[in-house]
Design a protein around this ligand. Structure first.
Ligand SMILES: Cc1ncc(COP(=O)(O)O)c(C=O)c1O
Length: 400
């Protein structure tokens, strides 16, 4: 009898966490390393949110809560969906989890049966296919190529749908590419989905507020109200409010699904932290003034990174609509040898040599389902980004 579960053999640990760990080790060994691997804002959580958490502690709001969220937070989420997305949910259509990741995980665990297919547009956030596989489902990847701005189109979606398709996972703006779907692009996908009533839509809107150059965010249940009853709209406070460590994510969806998500949560973690929930109430109900300010800071960083990377030999860096990632191609560097004598055959070779020779930590595109690319998280200071991009330029200039 094997000790470890068979399901463990179906999944691999997160590549982004692996790169972050390797960078940390090199730093601890005294190397000068710039980490551009981690996906979290470098800003501090706003003061009004911190104060709300401190108040919650002082007022003794430190006990177990309802498994899937306190009524005050559910009300704040209902108001957020109405205000920002024109979606009308009732509190029993809302669930709150320990990060958006737990909500996505619970939703897949609550619905997948062996053989169920989940369509995942690539490049994708690393956790989607792994959670699907852990839940016994079959991830079906469709590539959104660079020429299409890393987005899938209606024809590709139509071709991937089978009678076994249970979910389509959408993520806009995207981790890892920053690509955002316009309303028209979502409309085209919605038209396909209307023809296939067995397919549910899980839309991960985590980067909703980080969009640039006047890009208008849209979410699919708003674009096509006929899909509302089979859409799980997932969001959270991690990225928009610089609250990654607080671990609060949420979703709106049909009551039956929301109940099932709560059942899974009730037998694993129970409620998310009571204190974090009160902080999230303030995040959603309090001032939203810093959101456009932060987005503007990210836009400046994006412009810097895109421009500097496009000046590196062999690198082509598209200009994304949102999030805080760029996803450049390193195809032009493959087949060449680094100053340190490493022959670059894959994007993994590229990122490994870049880390070892220039101390810049990025993540290989193959981890996100598309090679040869790499992901840079530019959620760090302009000074560090300039230094990192100059190192990448030097690394590429030295290739022979
Ligand atoms: C696309 C995407 N979805 C979900 C998450 C999970 O966010 P959290 O669990 O912090 O809410 C992340 C975090 O990196 C992400 O990039």
């Amino acid at each position: 009898m094997a000790f470890l579960a068979d399901s463990l053999a179906r999944i691999k640990p997160s590549a982004t966490i692996a790169v972050t760990n390797k960078a940390r080790e090199l730093k601890a060994a005294g190397r000068d390393v710039i980490g551009l691997g981690a996906g979290e804002p470098d800003f501090d959580t706003p003061e009004n949110i911190k104060e709300a958490a401190i108040r919650a502690i002082r007022e003794g709001k430190t006990k177990y809560t309802a498994v899937d969220g306190i009524p005050e937070l559910k009300a704040a989420i209902v108001a957020k969906f109405k205000r920002e997305n024109n979606l009308t949910y009732t509190p029993n259509q809302i669930t709150v989890g320990t990060g958006g990741k737990q909500v996505l995980y619970n939703a897949l665990m609550a619905t997948l049966n062996p053989g169920d297919e989940v369509i995942i547009p690539a490049p994708y956030w690393v956790s989607y296919p792994e959670i699907v596989a852990l839940g016994g489902g079959t991830p079906v990847e469709i590539v959104g190529p660079q020429e299409q701005g890393f987005k899938i189109n209606a024809a590709a979606l139509e071709a991937a749908i089978t009678p076994k398709t249970k979910w389509l996972i959408l993520n806009s703006p995207s981790n890892p590419t920053g690509a955002g779907y316009t309303r028209e692009e979502l409309r085209a996908l919605a038209d396909v989905l209307l023809k296939h009533p067995q397919v549910w839509i899980m839309t991960d809107d985590m980067y909703e507020h980080l969009v640039f150059d006047g890009f208008k965010f849209a979410t699919i249940a708003e674009v096509e109200p006929k899909l509302f009853n089979r859409t799980l709209t997932v969001n959270g406070v991690s990225k928009a409010y610089a609250m990654t460590g607080w671990r609060i994510g949420y979703a709106g969806g049909p009551v039956e699904l929301i109940k099932a998500i709560g059942t899974i949560q009730s037998q694993s973690t129970s409620n998310p932290s009571s204190i974090s929930q009160w902080a999230a109430v303030e995040a959603l109900n309090g001032t939203q003034d810093y959101i456009p300010k932060n987005a503007e800071i990210f836009r400046k960083r994006r412009d810097l990174v895109v421009s500097m990377l496009n000046q590196a030999n062999g690198i082509v860096c598209p200009n994304p609509e949102g999030a805080f990632y760029v996803f450049p191609s390193c195809a032009g560097t493959l087949g060449k040898t680094t100053a340190g004598g490493k022959l670059l055959k894959t994007d993994e070779d590229f990122i490994t040599a870049l880390l070892e020779e220039e101390g810049v930590a990025v993540v290989q595109g193959s981890a996100f389902g598309l090679a040869p690319y790499f992901r840079i998280s530019y959620a760090t200071s302009e000074a560090l980004l300039e230094d990192a991009c100059a190192r990448i330029q030097r690394f590429c200039a030295n290739l022979r």
